[in-house]
Design a protein around this ligand. Structure first.
Ligand code: PLZ
Length: 465
């Protein structure tokens, strides 16, 4: 796992290095310009400005080299500027940059669809269509499901995240920051309860949690009115919630019986991230439609819908598209990223990352009572923080620990409906020595926050940065 041979040459030195405080003077200068030029609504997690990145590090304009536990929110799973991605993109931009696939097509788009049809769960006959982002993929999956079923209602879940466009905001559960003040939202969206093992009032099996959701659909919406059910196999922005075993298979069975299109949103979980090519594979779930983006193209904007031919082809000719969807440069990047994932066994690497991280985080949990839960699969791992001795969410602790990690040169992200989840999404090519160093920084951040005594209450934070 330490070998990142494919990144050699183009990749910055695989080390953590702090030359200045974080952010340093050059980053702070750029931050001033950013504040004066960029809309305030666009937030920032860690205001270091990037000079280069690759393998497991991000190098900033002050010469600091940070360990990347975020992958630009689960995007650069193959590493930044991965050699096959760069080679494909270079070759493509030299030939042509755009024609619009709907005007005059090109091979790269077809090759990406072939790869998607081959790699996504299920051996049935499939078709794919390409778009520019995750949100756009989800929007189109809903359009396809509605056209195919001639029904309108769509079921989304508590803690779900599907994007920031109007339809996908309606599908997204959390108000702030995603929806607040942006309504009215698209109609005919209904929310069902999720399986959230850590927060169930009493233990409940996956199958029982599925029945609870099905009852809401049957009673409040009616299966005969329902076009689609949209679910992330592991909720991403919602806090890396792994549903109880059996939840997803039961929902998929219900959808099949009721003629509802089961849409798996694998935008964050897809392409090797969870230690399987797709998270649905862990339980053998075969979705009718699957949405992908993020990890598909090594950082280039690309999203896709893949699914059963009879559903995909139910849409009238000309009903799907967009000027840039499946742009040739993004397709070249995707072919490079997919080749990297397959040839370097990044599925296996994601599994290895989980095998290193989970025991280390469980050990932290044993020592720090603010850690309520450790969960995840492969290289999609999280810790949910609580007030000691309760399940009360502790977002201040998550923020403080993330900030402490940032100051030491570790890019750590938060998530969760309650903002109390630390989530880790390292590039799958992360060298093991950096993974372990990153975990050490996290350990120090916990020690600095609450002390290492199991009985010690967490220290209040005077000034949450
Ligand atoms: N579906 C499951 O995770 C994007 C959002 C970051 P786009 N998640 C990161 C932010 O704060 O905007 C996401 C996702 C799932 C859909 C999307 C949306 O994908 O490419 O951001 O549109």
């Amino acid at each position: 796992m330490t070998d990142i041979s494919t990144a050699e040459g183009s990749s910055p030195l695989q080390e953590r290095r702090l030359r200045t405080e974080v952010p340093g003077p050059r980053s702070r200068e750029l931050l001033t310009r950013r504040t004066a030029a960029v809309a305030a609504g666009v937030g920032v997690t860690l205001p270091v400005f990037v000079a280069e990145a690759g393998g497991g590090v991000i190098v900033d304009v002050d010469g600091n080299s940070l360990i990347d536990f975020g992958s630009g929110i689960a995007v650069v799973s193959v590493g930044n500027s991965a050699p096959r991605v760069v080679a494909g993109v270079r070759e493509q931009v030299g030939r042509f940059t755009h024609t619009c696939f709907m005007v005059t097509p090109y091979e790269g788009y077809v090759a990406v669809c072939e790869a998607l049809n081959r790699l996504t769960p299920g051996t049935h006959d499939k078709r794919s269509a390409l778009f520019n982002s995750g949100s756009e993929a989800v929007e189109n999956a809903v359009k396809i499901a509605r056209a195919a079923t001639r029904r309108q209602a769509v079921i989304a879940f508590d803690h779900g995240y599907h994007g920031r466009t109007n339809l996908t905001m309606a599908l997204t559960a959390k108000s702030k920051p995603y929806k607040h003040s942006f309504g009215p939202f698209a109609p005919e969206i209904y929310r069902a309860p999720l399986s959230y093992p850590f927060r169930e009032p009493a233990p409940i099996s996956g199958a029982e949690a599925a029945e609870r959701a099905i009852s809401v659909i049957d009673k409040q919406v009616g299966a005969e009115n329902t076009a689609a059910l949209v679910i992330e196999p592991i909720q991403g922005e919602g806090g890396f919630i792994v549903p109880a075993e059996g939840f997803l298979p039961r929902l998929a069975d219900y959808c099949r019986e009721a003629g509802i299109v089961f849409i798996a949103d694998e935008i964050q979980t897809g392409f090797a991230r969870t230690g399987a090519m797709f998270a649905c594979d862990h339980e053998g779930v075969v979705p009718d439609l699957i949405t992908t983006a993020k990890g598909i193209a090594g950082g280039f904007p690309l999203g896709a819908v893949t699914g059963r031919t009879e559903l995909m082809d139910a849409v009238h000719v000309g009903g799907l598209g967009g000027t840039y969807g499946g742009n040739p440069v993004a397709c070249a990047a995707a072919l490079g990223a997919i080749a990297t994932i397959e040839e370097e066994d990044l599925v296996g690497r994601a599994r290895n990352i989980g095998e290193v991280m989970l025991p280390a985080l469980r050990e932290l949990q044993a020592r720090h009572r603010i850690v309520g839960d450790v969960r995840g699969r492969g290289a999609m791992i999280a810790m949910e923080l609580v007030t000691p001795g309760t399940r009360e969410p502790n977002p201040d602790a998550a923020q403080a620990i993330a900030k402490a990690c940032h100051a030491q040169g570790l890019v750590a992200l938060t998530a969760g409906t309650y903002g109390n989840v630390l989530r880790f999404l390292p590039p799958l090519v992360m060298p093991e020595h950096l993974l372990k160093e990153g975990l050490g920084i996290l350990e120090d951040a916990f020690a600095g926050f609450g002390g290492a005594q199991p009985q010690a209450p967490s220290r209040p934070i005077a000034t949450p940065a």
